[in-house]
Design a protein around this ligand. Structure first.
Ligand code: TYM
Length: 332
């Protein structure tokens, strides 16, 4: 039996991925490439939905590639590519826009959040149509599984709805994808404000852990992470959101269970625990950071890996575009 297909994407909108990107998504990408036919894409077209600086976009696209490789994405096992190098994304994106209702698109909470931050007039049309481009990304590859964080759940539901509608109206065209969203770790919180999602765009930066930051900076951030009332290291999302977030992070990186960690830190204070979390995170990312920085020294090599991936992605994507066009009655 042929392997099931996995696809996911990440935006090149920051100088570094943060811990939420890794734990919520990329860590699963690395695991899934062992058992699935995996397509992973740096979604630079999605990054254009907000104001961008051309020099930064280029730098961040290459930095994204370097990080994905350093985190364990293997170009031999996965197809690693850049969205804009596969024009079929734009082709299917338009079809998706023509299939989605204005009402259902208007219900996307990420658009509502992001556009209210920018101010309704400053928000770009592309920010509104973003989920339809994302639906195209997924459906182009006849994807079965989409590993993402909790914040993408609604976009995947929309993708499934559009795909189902298209199939019943125009004939079987797309595989109906499923989200692959962890029970624990699909939403990593800001370590200064554990009621808010860790995100590059929110907070002061003190609660955001960038994986390419120096070990010193990250250790310091963890040592001053916000904790909760009481003194016990215990997982309790309501009473202890700060400690629960730190337990989730420790468990995901150390491989220990939350129950084992609670036992290990029984009778010890929050200070000891925060020191231990700092150490686990810093040691985990130390070699990854070094490897990513080394890969960035050779841009030509990175670009050639991406070109190869994009070439493969184009050939797979074209098959779906042809099928969708044909079923729509477009003359080929
Ligand atoms: P992006 O670039 O914002 O984030 C990349 C991945 O990181 C996850 N994530 C988190 N997970 C847990 N805790 C957090 N605090 C956290 N913050 C971010 C995101 O859920 C995501 O999986 N729309 C997507 C990119 C995209 C895409 C696609 C994804 C475009 N096309 C097709 C899958 C399939 C996005 O903006 O991710």
């Amino acid at each position: 039996m042929s392997k099931k297909r996995v696809l996911s994407g990440i935006q090149p909108t920051s100088d570094s991925f943060h811990l939420g990107n890794y734990l919520g998504a990329v860590k699963q990408w690395v695991d899934l490439q062992e058992t699935h036919d995996a397509f992973y894409c740096i979604v630079d077209l999605h990054a254009l939905t907000v104001e961008t600086d051309p020099k930064l976009l280029r730098k961040r696209t290459l930095t994204s590639a370097a990080q994905l490789l350093a985190l364990g994405i293997s170009p031999e096992k996965s197809t690693l590519f850049v969205q804009s190098q596969v024009p079929q994304h734009n082709q299917l994106g338009w079809i998706m826009e023509c299939m989605a209702g204005f009402g259902e698109a208007s219900r996307m909470t990420q658009f509502k959040d992001k556009s209210s931050k920018a101010g309704a007039d400053a928000a770009r049309v592309g920010l509104f149509t973003y989920p339809m481009l994302m639906a195209g990304d997924i459906l182009l590859y006849q994807t079965n599984l989409v590993p993402v964080g909790e914040d993408q759940r609604q976009h995947i539901e929309l993708t499934r709805d559009i795909a189902g509608r298209f199939n019943s109206k125009y004939g079987e065209t797309f595989a109906i994808p499923e989200g692959f969203i962890l029970k624990q770790g699909a939403k990593i919180f800001d370590i200064q404000d554990p009621t808010a999602k860790m995100s590059k765009s929110s907070g002061s930066g003190a609660g955001l852990i960038d994986i390419l930051d120096t070990p010193e900076v990250n250790a310091k951030k963890f040592k001053s992470a916000v904790t909760d009332a009481g003194r016990e290291v215990k997982f309790d999302l309501v009473e202890k959101p700060g400690i629960s977030n730190l337990l989730t992070i420790h468990a995901a990186l150390s491989g220990k269970s939350i129950a084992d960690l609670e036992n290990e830190f029984a009778g010890k204070g929050y200070g000891d625990f925060k020191g231990a979390v700092a150490e686990v995170v810093v040691e985990y990312f130390r070699p990854i950071r070094a490897h990513a920085l080394e890969l960035l020294q050779d841009e030509a090599h990175l670009i050639s890996i991406l070109h190869k991936g994009s070439e493969k992605a184009r050939s797979v994507a074209q098959i779906t575009v042809d099928k969708a066009y044909k079923n729509l009655g477009i003359v080929l």
